[in-house]
Unconditional design. Structure first.
Length: 441
């Protein structure tokens, strides 16, 4: 019996030791790292990616894109690089990282040559992608606070998607054995969409392959994810199993068969999942461009929705604390504050962007000389405009009359204090600016 107890005690001690080793490894992670289902910074503060993909390898001169996406509120940019197998090679990794850091962005770097391996004959393998990262190691080591290594973009096509598990595990092991401590990101097979559920069903194998316990899984959501039910079910599986996940690419519903981006945005926000939309500009199919010709002043419908829509980047992004900030949205240019009136509120209406058939506007609500506990803003459109989407207010319409009421978090304003809500709208012919009125409680 004593020998049994000793054996049992030894087993318990071994188990405790293994837990301590795991905790020590996790707590000692350098820079960005996984903690449970979340990505956190070295100081333990949660970091939720809110950003876009930038096709750098094909447009290396478009370096102003980093500043432009930051100005629109992004806290992360996923940068397309080439290993030399199909594109590149990208030997400017140090400069790309510098651009990210100058613009206070977290840099997700990905090798695009792996796209569709097994089905696309010219594609690189994940092993070749790992070799590329090793060749760039001098530019990457020491940047763990700022850089995530996305080993290979959509690394397996639809042919023998099952090969993804071993290939991904081996690539992770190769990078770790070569001394990389960065947060690693791995894309799903099936051109990133995992419709055969290889990543979903083998996620734990991949996470266990990482001796640093510092890998996040990435799903790309396009036409396979064109219903809310499909999106919710997929995300639920990862959440239930406690697996870290980001939405590394997704498009928008420009037709009924395309991805339900509104569900993706709302589910990502409610679950605290990172997302990176595809893509800033330069697509062969320009329907996926967020900005026409890389011009931040020419946002497309997709660009308006992901940057300025409900649950979009501007409304939800928070800057990484490594940069000393708490929000990824730069301070807006102040608008004139109306003269407050006693025990009341006032509102100013401003069109902040306009394009064919659509526009974006914001309304600033300012309390009078006394604090208020709530507000209601009303106005009437004169030319048939309609509100299609709003944030930071509950907006309803009856014909041309529009009513906006405060949310639970922005109704109470101190004397002279202000809050802003915004919306997307449609117009036809003329987009005259209405004069809003404000009533306080």
């Amino acid at each position: 019996m004593r020998r049994r107890l000793l054996a049992l005690g030894a087993a318990v001690l071994a188990a405790v030791a293994s837990v301590l080793v795991y905790v020590q490894s996790a707590s000692a992670a350098a820079g960005l790292h996984v903690s449970g289902t979340k990505i956190v910074e070295a100081n333990g503060r949660e970091f939720i990616m809110r950003g876009v993909n930038h096709p750098h390898v094909w447009y290396t001169s478009q370096t102003s894109s980093f500043a432009n996406v930051k100005a629109l509120g992004a806290n992360t940019v996923r940068v397309v690089l080439g290993s030399g197998k199909r594109w590149g090679p990208s030997t400017d990794v140090a400069n790309v990282i510098s651009l990210c850091k100058q613009n206070r962005l977290i840099c997700v770097l990905e090798v695009h040559d792996t796209t569709g391996y097994g089905e696309e004959g010219a594609a690189a393998s994940l092993d070749e992608a790992a070799d590329y990262w090793i060749s760039q190691k001098s530019a990457l080591v020491g940047q763990e606070n700022y850089v995530v290594i996305n080993i290979g973009n959509e690394p397996i096509g639809n042919t023998n998607a099952g090969q993804w598990t071993a290939a991904t595990a081996n690539a992770i092991k190769k990078l770790r054995s070569n001394g990389f401590e960065h947060l690693l990101m791995v894309d799903a097979p099936n051109w990133g969409q995992d419709w055969q559920y290889v990543m979903r069903d083998n996620a734990q194998t991949i996470l266990d392959a990482d001796t640093r316990h510092n890998t996040v899984l990435s799903i790309h959501m396009y036409a396979v994810f064109n219903t809310a039910a499909g999106i919710v079910d997929y995300l639920n599986r990862f959440q239930a199993n406690g697996w870290p996940l980001v939405i590394g690419e997704f498009g928008w519903r420009f037709s009924s068969s395309e991805v339900d981006h509104e569900t993706i945005l709302s589910e990502a926000q409610s679950r605290g999942l990172g997302y990176l939309g595809w893509s800033w500009s330069g697509n062969t199919d320009p329907i996926l461009d967020m900005a026409t010709g890389f011009d931040p002043n020419k946002l497309t419908t997709w660009g308006q929705r992901i940057f300025n829509g409900a649950n979009g980047i501007k409304a939800t992004a928070k800057e990484a604390t490594i940069y000393g900030g708490s929000t990824g949205t730069p301070s807006p240019t102040p608008t004139p504050t109306p003269t407050p009136s006693p025990s009341a509120c006032s509102a100013t209406y401003q069109v902040t962007g306009q394009w064919g058939g659509g526009f974006q506007a914001e309304v600033r609500v300012t309390a009078g000389s006394s604090a208020i506990s709530g507000w209601t803003v009303t106005w009437a459109f004169a030319n048939g405009q309609t509100v299609t989407n709003a944030w930071n207010a509950t907006v309803t319409s009856s014909g041309s009359n529009v009513t906006a009421r405060n949310m639970s978090y922005n109704g109470s304003l101190g004397a002279g204090a202000s809050t802003t809500f915004g919306f997307l709208g449609s117009w036809n012919g003329s987009n005259s600016v209405p004069t809003p009125s404000c009533a306080a409680r």
